[in-house]
Design a protein. Sequence first.
Length: 365
Amino acid sequence: MSATVAAALKKLAVTVLTDKKLRKVVFGIVLGILIIILMPIAAVLALFNSTLEFDTAQRQEMIAQNLTAEQEAQMQAVEDTMYAIQDAMTAAGFSGRTVDAQVLFVLALQDYAHQQDFVSKLVGCFSENQSDEQLIAAVNAAFGTALSGEDFREVMASVRGVHIDTSSYVDRSTKNNMDLVQWAIAEEKAGWGYVWGTYGQVFDQALYDYKLEQYPEEVGGYAEFIEQHWLGRRCADCIGLIKGYGWFDPESGAISYGANGMPDTDADSMYELAVEKGPVDTMPEIPGLAVWHRGHIGIYIGNGQVIEAMGTRYGVVQTQLLSGTWTHWLKIPYIQYIEEPAPTEAVPSMETTRLTEHPQGGNVS
């Protein structure tokens, strides 16, 4: 296979896995046909580092031009199975892990899809609080395969780094504090990176080049680290973690600058704009409040825990409220507060040690 085709497939794989609107249309087409049929499984692990850009029309045109009648039939079978997996995972209470199951099907279990109980057997491999290695062990036991937990973890790390999970949202039609908490929890689990001036975009080469020019010191000063750790992943700075939620459309999966009435502002201006705010020792127990000190802001997720985009060398991390240097709290403007109990997913984490790099942020995008 030529380098050009491999690069195209690589970008298509990541895009379809992480673009909800596109996934509904061509998930089975791209992953089931272009990857499984047209290239060997061994090449899949090389799929997830490209910065090649395609728009939807280009993807669909490429697909249409290369499908035979046999491939169209295979495409339909893959697509049907994808939807069956989605429905079964949702029914089993694992909607947040649907992509994991679909990736397993596409990348490793195509040969078993003809079995009448294939979907139920695959879904039966999932359990609560399960590591990737435990999942793969269950899959190997169920299907007699010899899959590598390390390989699966490597693929999923790239997928999770760009996939935005909305399965736990309370009300996708509004911008509210409880969904802001779920947003923050999901992005911390996904291992989002930190790059100054970003707000949740996939940090590809084009965006990197733009930010280098825009912020030569804040981005250029960490160029080597960013290239090694954050290229190809979603990234946000401290205020960008909040603005990204405000600008995010859960239906299309797009993060559109300035959307939903939330302006582009920095951390200090966000605090000044807030109507309800006060010293941190007066903070009510409301998940989705912001915590602030001059030049930096984080999201309080309840139970004494904060998720913050801490700095370039840290990314998005979970920390303890009392271990930080927060001085004030605020209700974020443009966020509707529905005061419910703290989410059970917010679990205590090890305190993230702050090294010599000061938490960065507070800039407009």
